[in-house]
Design a protein around this ligand. Sequence first.
Ligand SMILES: *Cc1c(COP(=O)(O)O)cnc(C)c1O
Length: 470
Amino acid sequence: MRANTENAEGTGDTVAYGNGLTDEVDPRGDGRAARRDAAVRAAVEQGLLDTDTPLVALLDVTGIRESAAELRAAFEAVTPPGTPVLHAFAVKASPLVPVLRLLRAEGIGAEVASPGELALARAAGVEPERTVLDSPAKTPAELREALALGIAVNADNPQELARLDALMAGSGSRSPVGIRVNPQVGGGSIEALSTATATSKFGVALRDEGAREWVVRAYLDRPWLTRLHAHTGSQGIALTMMARGVAETYGLAEEINRRAGRHQVDTVDIGGGLPVNFASEASTPTYGRYARLLSETVPGLFDGRYGLVTEFGRSLLAKHGTVVARVEYAKSAGGRPVAVTHAGVQVATRTVYAPASWPLRIAAYDAKGRPKEGPAVVQDVAGPACFAGDLLARAQSLPLLEQGDYAAALDTGAYYFAHHYAYNSLPRPGIHGFTPDATGGIAFATVRTPQTIEEIVTESGAAHTDALLP
Ligand SMILES: *Cc1c(COP(=O)(O)O)cnc(C)c1O
């Protein structure tokens, strides 16, 4: 097995487990790595990658389906039969229509946070009753559209609730509506992704003076408020802290229902945020472990009285995406080898600007797309952008990359190549899904065509060329 028993929680710390290791061994890691190797080879052989197309992104369809099935199974295992559970994929993690369509076929809905994301979910055919709208800055038009479609809405703050009061009156909307709360349980190792700090911008800060009472009263005054939402996890947050956030939210739902004298809050939306292990092949922590931890920490939420909504993003897609870039030049500077590739800040923005928080594993392939052999050499893997910090990896040990080889940035299926950054007018690469075919080969399907230079010129104001002349 390839480093399958390593446990990195995405919190910056390596976690040591005792005898309870079994549920953290990822039996699918080897299969995933083998499929990826076959896909890189096939991408070279089938001409998806060559001197003129030096950058592509690949998505492992088999892996995505496996993760979706694991997610469903994990919550089925801890809820009584018949408990309504909606897994709404956080569209921002992979805003690609074919991906949303695939997830829909696997029984996964959509969590959207902008008109664009809602449009993507609708284009993929995700049903309104399987769609949830959360965002900190919804306009009146967005709210009106969501209510007209019957999409679930989580109000972020008192001003938004006031807007909803006006829009709900006499609308006959079927939308389930809730309030997003911030349990303020604390942050994790990545400040920018810590949603549950005391001063986070999201939701109603529950521990602020008078806030809890305001939330309870808001529900007592509005019989149509039937959901409660919190999203406290993200990369860098420990599972125990996430579970505390869910426990706080459940406690509030119970308090509202007690004071209402009825089961007014019937569904708790526990958000997403399961961290991803970027340090090795193992897909840990697993959904199974998180679901078990939740059911042990908050048993009342799993006894069948509450419906559940989840909003996982990164953990469903990250392990299933790979960016593959041709090594244009191999050079040396200050004694360190540097491979200059076509993947940099435009496809790995977070890694380039915050390398300590977002290190990526790089795999080396030769010019034929075969895993590269040879002694590990400490080297930098650079991108094509014109600033010194444009590095995919610094001082990483791997077989020496040479001109014409390929460098693959692993675990980039969420928040990487689908989140293009237009620095240096570098084009968005093509994205291809891959599946093993019946004959032992690899079949590719286009998910997104590469952006053309003409498109870049058009999107950069070509229709207004003379606009600034007198
Ligand atoms: C980003 C986000 C998610 C998904 O977070 P991941 O870390 O990708 O799982 C879920 N819910 C809300 C409200 C979010 O903002």
